[in-house]
Ligand binder design. Structure first.
Ligand code: ADP
Length: 451
């Protein structure tokens, strides 16, 4: 400020002195007036340039003016630069927060105080079928029209989430969503959506499973309780007693088989995957399975009628690395099924073979009733049966193929089923090459030297 006053005083003095030197006191006065006008002109010009720059200030290029206006322009541009840096920082921070929310596996929608969508992430777009350009600033209830959501939104009680079906973008399946709104700020809302399809499916499977098990156990239990009551209340002859006891024993066996199969399944689900340290001696195992199959076939189809023709292929020339108990249970289930479902006089063949890629396959073929193609994809589901009464009559639990499939998968293999209605079926267990081991070479004991 002092510099400005000094500058003005110097200009006026110089103009006054010049006037006095040229023409005495009147000219000196004229010089001072002229000097004042000149100083005012220069100052106004600088002020105008500053004002012009201020209308659209470019912080990096302040106007090159001297004096007070130059100083002011410099200070304003400094403040502007600081503000711009701050704005840039907060924009970057905002960007980072939004990209973190973008990466969230949950759907996130930001709603303004009127319920209009200000922002949403990709997951929310997938859950609700939103398209960013079209749908931003639309009221959420205009886009998410599921009645459960509309009444949840309108009720305004957001303490609990609401479950609803999503409306995905074209080409994907609608997900089951759990949606919850969290109010924040001044009337704003944060909407979070969570895909609970898998949980809902698992919960439905658990409910079905419990219902199935209860049903399977209740039937023999009811029969058993009926017999017990009859024996308690009615005077029975020795022969009747004997036949009742046999029927009761059959029901008890049925329950026991079911419980055994359930335990096997639960062990398969709860135990770690079989390593390759344990060896499965297939030769001994196949011998046991053959004895079991011939024994059961003899009971179901006595030799005086039309016996089944059962043939087992040559003993396997390899061993498997895996859990012996599990493999035995899977193999035995397939063979026993073939015996149970193949009618008298039918043929059953069992054999192992090598595949070109080093894998091995156990095939159990039969000339039984065969299975219609529509049943094949669901055959290995727990308790799935093509013919319920037939399965129960022959002592089935509906869990045999589920166990076989589980065991194969735990060993890196698979259960393969082919069948032709009225002709027969082939159930096969495939084990990958890395599970195949050469048979142990038995080295003869060294001959002891005669003493
Ligand atoms: P189940 O104890 O009822 O036999 P499984 O899981 O072993 O249960 O088999 C499921 C269903 O597959 C059976 O109920 C039966 O309908 C069908 N099935 C299994 N093996 C055969 C077979 N060899 N021939 C025809 N149908 C079969």
């Amino acid at each position: 400020m002092i510099a400005r006053i000094l500058f003005l005083a110097a200009v006026l003095l110089l103009a006054g002195l010049t006037g006095w030197w040229l023409g005495g006191w009147p000219a000196a006065l004229g010089g001072v007036v002229l000097g004042s006008l000149l100083a005012l002109g220069v100052d106004s010009r600088r002020g105008l340039r500053f004002n012009h720059w201020l209308m659209a200030p470019d912080a990096a290029n302040p106007p090159a003016v001297r004096g007070l206006w130059g100083e002011a322009a410099y200070r304003v541009s400094k403040v502007l630069r600081a503000e711009q840096r701050k704005a840039q920082d907060s924009a970057q921070r905002m960007e980072a927060v939004l990209s973190a929310i973008q990466a969230s596996p949950n759907g996130v929608v930001l709603l303004d105080a009127d319920g209009r969508m200000e922002w949403f992430n990709h997951t929310a777009a997938q859950h609700f079928g939103f398209q960013s350009r079209r749908d931003l600033l639309q009221h959420v209830v205009n886009l998410v029209r599921e009645p459960a959501f509309v009444s949840y939104f309108n009720a305004g009680d957001f303490a609990q989430p609401v479950q609803m079906l999503g409306r995905p973008l074209a080409g994907s399946q609608p997900a089951r969503l759990s949606v919850q709104i969290h109010p924040y700020g001044e009337g704003r809302k944060l909407l979070l959506s969570n895909d609970v399809t898998a949980t809902a499916r698992a919960e439905a499977m658990r409910r079905d499973f419990v219902a199935n098990v209860s049903h399977e156990i209740r039937t023999p239990l009811t029969v058993l309780a009926g017999f017990v009551e009859t024996m308690q209340t009615l005077p029975l002859g020795e022969q009747e007693r004997e036949s009742y006891l046999q029927l009761m024993a059959a029901q008890a066996r049925r329950m026991q088989t079911l419980v055994d199969d359930l335990l096997t399944l639960s062990r398969l689900e709860g135990s770690p995957l079989p390593g390759d340290a344990e060896r499965v001696d297939l030769v001994a195992m196949m011998r046991q399975c053959e004895d079991e199959a011939r024994g059961l076939s003899g009971i179901l189809h006595p030799p005086e009628g039309q016996p089944q023709q059962i043939s087992f292929g040559p003993a396997p020339d390899f061993a498997l690395a895996g859990a012996a108990g599990e493999v035995r249970s899977a193999v035995s289930n397939l063979i026993i099924n073939a015996v149970r479902y193949t009618p008298a006089g039918g043929r059953i063949g069992v054999g192992w073979r090598h595949l070109p890629d080093g894998a091995v396959r156990l095939e159990v073929t039969d000339t039984g009733p065969g299975i219609a193609p529509e049943h094949l994809p669901r055959l290995a589901e727990r308790f799935y049966r093509v013919d319920r009464s037939r399965s129960r009559e022959s002592g089935g639990t509906g869990l045999g193929l589920a166990i076989a499939k589980h065991v194969a998968q735990r060993h890196g293999g698979e259960l393969q089923i082919t069948s032709q209605l009225g002709k027969g079926s082939c159930f096969a267990l495939l084990f990958p090459a890395y599970r195949v081991r050469p048979l142990a070479v038995v080295t003869p004991a060294p001959a002891t030297a005669p003493t």
